[in-house]
Design a protein around this ligand. Structure first.
Ligand SMILES: Nc1ncnc2c1ncn2[C@@H]1O[C@H](COP(=O)(O)OP(=O)(O)OP(=O)(O)O)[C@@H](O)[C@H]1O
Length: 264
């Protein structure tokens, strides 16, 4: 399988400090890969470099074999879109759902037909009556559906998901996880997910990479989470501490609910 996303020897800096150091990994087409690691380890910075929000980077970033340069933000956006943690902050408060969904098309000079907006609303399970509402007239889960819909408008192959469920009420998290599973399957999407929740990784991903202080410590299949066996001592420690913190127990109901709904 060829790589949808290939990152090689990536360094990203803020000011004079490299916060991502020599990171290399690939995500195959249709695969879902998680970046995990303690707070400040550089997970979100990697996503930000990929979409062009962190501009001081060196190394290789390729989508579907095409290398990213600092000047091709627009072309790159057609293939790769990001969904942020907090849909309330990421949606423009004075834009209706309809205007929000049309905006990426407008930016890319694509004439925005009603049919596309309606198709994407249906795809994310958002009733058409919400189309002319503003973000404050939607629930948290509905807002995150809008954010996902916006990311899909340009029909990208790769979605970067930065803690896509952690700002949501627990009861809504399972719904959004189910939606992400379904969209990946229906649209053949590739996911790169940042999360602190190992149960979410188990549910949504095929493989994971463990970051510490900006460096990739280990890459493993999600079976390592089921078996609890990692080659790297830090990865093992992170896994053990997530159990100690009750991560598994706390998240178990949401993942069980999500699993049930998907019949997995
Ligand atoms: N805009 C910025 N300017 C300067 N430093 C930044 C900026 N954004 C992040 N950093 C620093 O870069 C490092 C990596 O941050 P990053 O947000 O990528 O970590 P993370 O692993 O995603 O953390 P978390 O899990 O808490 O979201 C941190 O030390 C952070 O303080």
């Amino acid at each position: 399988m060829s790589a949808a996303l290939h990152i090689e020897n990536l360094f990203v800096r803020y000011g004079r400090t490299d916060v991502v150091k020599d990171v290399t990994f690939s995500v195959a087409k249709g695969e879902s890969f998680a970046l995990v690691g303690e707070s400040g380890s550089g997970k979100s910075t990697i996503l930000r470099a990929i979409v062009g929000m962190a501009t001081d980077w060196r190394g290789t970033i390729e989508i579907d074999g095409a290398a990213r340069t600092s000047s091709d933000k627009l072309a790159f956006a057609r293939h790769c879109q990001m969904v942020f943690q907090d849909p309330y902050a990421s949606l423009h408060p004075r834009r209706t759902v309809d205007a929000t969904l049309r905006e990426p098309l407008k930016i890319h000079g694509i004439s925005a037909g009603d049919a596309k907006v309606v198709e994407i609303l249906d795809a994310v399970g958002l009733d058409r009556r919400f189309r002319f509402r503003f973000p404050h007239q939607l629930s948290g889960g509905q807002r995150q559906r809008v954010a996902i819909a916006r990311a899909l408008m340009l029909e990208p192959q790769v979605l970067l998901l930065d803690e896509p469920t952690s700002a949501l009420d627990v009861s809504v998290q399972a719904e959004i996880l189910n939606l992400l599973v379904r969209l990946r399957k229906d649209r053949g999407l590739t996911y790169l997910l940042v999360t602190h929740s190992l149960p979410v990784v188990s549910f949504l991903c095929d493989r994971l990479g463990v970051l510490r202080h900006g460096r990739m410590m280990e890459q493993a299949g999600v079976d390592a989470l089921q078996n609890g066996v990692f080659a790297n001592a830090y990865a093992q420690e992170l896994y053990a501490s997530s159990l100690g913190a009750g991560d598994r127990d706390r998240q178990a109901p949401l993942v069980a609910a999500a699993s049930e709904e998907n019949g997995v």
